[in-house]
Design a binder for this molecule. Structure first.
Ligand code: NIG
Ligand code: FE
Length: 412
């Protein structure tokens, strides 16, 4: 097969390996090769990864890139974002600084609900343009695949609009998107006195429509005090599963009300946030094969404690790290920033974090067979860093050290 891209003179190639999430000690057992090269074929998949002299056949590649002795890793996978939304919420900063809690802002009709109003008003085109702008910044920071949730519509029309925006963005720019339906992100104001009816609407009208139109791959619920109870979450996620949408859960972000236990019981593909997860939640996730998607930049921004990543890894729960990019609890789209925080605050090693932001993140969005590692047959998604080794990108922070990004063997 013709070679689309050859990257040579790689000082260090660092990658997890395999087609499924790594758990326990495996999470830190990455492959590190010095003086390496990688070649991507015409179909966008990796045809060879090696060390030493580049074989003559590969040198005829359409494009040859000199990594100048730098680090190469798989393209980063951001497994939790709220990419599509109208407006911003910078006015909440002053409230936050005065100590007003996140859930109080929501209970007063602000927070998520104010973004819902702005998202309902925004046109499809405006949302596409704004989301693509965010995606191009993410790409420049090394993200080549990104999960994106709906959840700022909270009515059928706007939830579908958000999901169609995700679909459109996936078609017109390089970052691959995985859509998640999050119709149960908050109780909309018009159902304040009638929560049962909203849960019914999500289960019986929104989920069937989203599944029928193939607009999402997963179904998620914000299981939280004042948002959706564990029982309502179960009802909604079971409806999703019946319609072919595997479960994800926003669990234990502020209060531990049973979300992580439920995630394990439902064999959810992931439980996300997990800031205050109890032992029973960790045991349940380990048992259910659920990936823990941890969001350290949200802990940082909400000034909360940090998830028990080391306890989760010790209990054989695969850990992924994502941004949680959204206009409220984490208006940050840098996955390297989240990776740095994971290292400093979760005390995860650079090797464990690399797995968390690549292969385990890919597993959290059902793509570990195709992306998340640099191996023959996997997609040619990779990052060339302005760094001589893996430790360097964790040691430095607050600077964009991404030099070049390739998606399916095409430089972006
Ligand atoms: O993951 N917790 C729920 N959803 C988002 C925040 C959304 C918002 O504040 O707009 C999160 O933190
Ligand atoms: Fe979130």
């Amino acid at each position: 097969m013709a070679v689309r891209l050859l990257i040579e003179n790689i000082g260090m190639l660092a990658t997890p390996t395999g087609q499924s999430a790594c758990r326990g000690a495996e999470q830190g057992e990455i492959t590190v090769s010095k003086n390496a090269y990688v070649a991507v074929g015409e179909d966008g998949n990796i045809v060879e990864v090696g060390t030493g002299t580049v074989p003559a056949g590969l040198r005829d590649a359409e494009q040859v890139v000199d990594a100048e002795g730098g680090l190469v890793t798989p393209g980063l996978v951001d497994a939790h974002t709220h990419l599509v939304f109208g407006g911003w919420r910078e006015h909440e900063l002053a409230l936050k600084l005065r100590g007003v809690p996140y859930l109080d802002i929501l209970a007063q009709g602000g927070g998520i609900l104010s973004t819902v109003r702005m998202t309902r008003e925004a046109s499809f085109e405006e949302l596409v343009e704004k989301s693509c702008k965010a995606l191009s910044m993410m790409l420049a920071l090394g993200t080549t695949t990104c999960e994106a949730k709906s959840g700022y519509g909270l009515n059928l029309e706007t939830e579908l609009k958000q999901l169609r925006v995700i679909q459109k963005c996936g078609e017109i720019q390089p970052v691959e998107l995985a859509a998640t339906f999050l119709g149960a992100h908050a109780l909309p104001e018009e159902y304040k006195e009638n929560r049962e009816e909203y849960v019914r609407l999500v289960c019986e009208e929104m989920i069937p429509k989203v599944a029928e139109e193939k607009l999402a791959e997963f179904c998620d619920v914000f299981c939280e005090t004042g948002v959706f109870t564990a029982e309502e979450t179960r009802q909604i996620l079971e409806a999703g599963i019946r319609h072919g949408l595997p479960a994800k859960v926003h669990a234990d972000e502020i209060d531990p009300i049973g979300g992580s236990q439920l995630a394990g019981q439902l064999h959810a593909v992931s439980a996300e946030h997990l800031i205050c997860t109890p032992d029973e939640g960790i045991a349940s996730m380990a048992e259910g094969g659920t990936v823990a998607v941890l969001l350290p930049a949200t802990s940082f921004y909400l000034d909360k404690t940090f998830a028990r990543a080391r306890d989760m890894m010790a209990a054989n729960v695969p850990v992924a790290v994502a941004t949680d990019f959204n206009p409220g609890s984490c208006p940050n789209l840098s996955l390297p920033m989240a990776m740095n925080l994971a290292c400093y605050k979760y005390r995860m090693t650079p090797e464990e974090v690399l797995t968390a932001a690549t292969l385990n993140a890919a597993a959290a969005i059902g793509r570990a067979d195709r992306i998340g590692s640099l191996e023959v047959g996997k997609q040619g998604d990779l990052v060339i860093w302005d760094a001589p080794n893996l430790d360097f990108i964790f040691y430095r922070f607050g600077n964009n050290l991404v030099r070049k990004v390739a998606k399916k063997g095409v430089l972006c």
